[in-house]
Write a protein that binds this ligand. Structure first.
Ligand code: OAD
Length: 235
């Protein structure tokens, strides 16, 4: 912990890269945690979080996201979100689609996989988007602009990441001298590639995770434990 604190104290540009483990202590299940009731244990992601799955049964997939929206509305930021939000100098890159960093007051948040608070038109040639109220999520409905389905503005398997978010993330990674890797299995690309990108230009990598991950080999410091307990103490 002392080495991690020293690296953070000496840093000019700190970036955080987070996954589902950042929101786990708020009560939002992770995807791949061994032995927990992660989303994937109850649902087949290939059936739900894909263009094919959506087109096969739009109302089933939309209902699944409505459940997730109502679940997110009921939870609140945990001490890890709050600690990151209080460090307004930190640029937060997240794979998470929840809005807990925003609700904790974080100023700089880059959502690589989109956000559950917005719907967008499913047609790639239509750019209509609409904010949704996660407390009272709307029903499946058609795009008022082109008549295609509206669907959550999140990245599905096999879909491209939002270009603006990816560019912002690469820019932040290129400038950082410390990268905090928080609560991610680091198994999903291209997002996980950002860790190697930071490491390759000499940034120091501090991992905070309840267990070793695919990124462990890149860590200068690996802190095993809960983000909600480690981060307030660390930053
Ligand atoms: P995973 O479920 O793959 O990994 C969660 C990580 O958090 C694991 O390494 C856990 O050990 C760790 N963890 C769990 N609780 C923690 C806690 N309290 N404190 C610290 N660490 C904790 O979730 P992600 O890595 O986010 O993609 O998954 C990446 C992507 O895979 C997601 O964004 C999603 C999924 O497919 C899309 O939806 C496109």
């Amino acid at each position: 912990m002392d080495k991690a604190r020293q690296l953070i104290q000496d840093a000019d540009c700190i970036v955080s890269f987070s996954g589902a483990g950042l929101s786990a202590e708020s009560g939002i299940p992770t995807f791949r945690d061994a032995g927990t009731d992660g989303f994937w244990t109850n649902y087949d992601p290939q059936q739900l979080a894909t263009q094919e799955g959506f087109l096969a049964d739009p109302s089933l997939v939309y209902r699944w996201y409505s459940d997730r929206r109502q679940g997110i509305a009921k939870v609140k930021p945990n001490p890890a979100h709050i600690a990151l939000a209080q460090r307004t100098d930190i640029i937060n890159i997240t794979q998470n689609i929840d809005d807990l960093l925003h609700r904790a007051g974080a100023q700089q948040v880059i959502h690589l996989h989109g956000t559950i608070k917005t719907d967008k038109c499913n047609s790639s040639s239509c750019h209509y988007t609409e904010d949704v109220d996660v407390n009272n999520p709307p029903e499946l409905r058609r795009c008022p602009m082109c008549g295609d389905w509206l669907r959550p503005d999140v990245v599905w398997f096999g879909e491209m990441l939002p270009m603006a978010a990816w560019a912002a993330a690469e820019n932040a990674i290129g400038r950082c001298d410390v990268l905090l890797v928080i609560g991610t299995s680091a198994e999903v690309y291209p997002a996980a590639g950002l860790i190697q990108m930071a490491h390759s230009h000499g940034a120091r990598i501090i991992i905070i995770n309840t267990e070793p991950s695919a990124a462990s080999g890149l860590a200068d410091v690996e802190l095993i434990g809960k983000a909600g307990e480690i981060l307030p103490d660390l930053i």
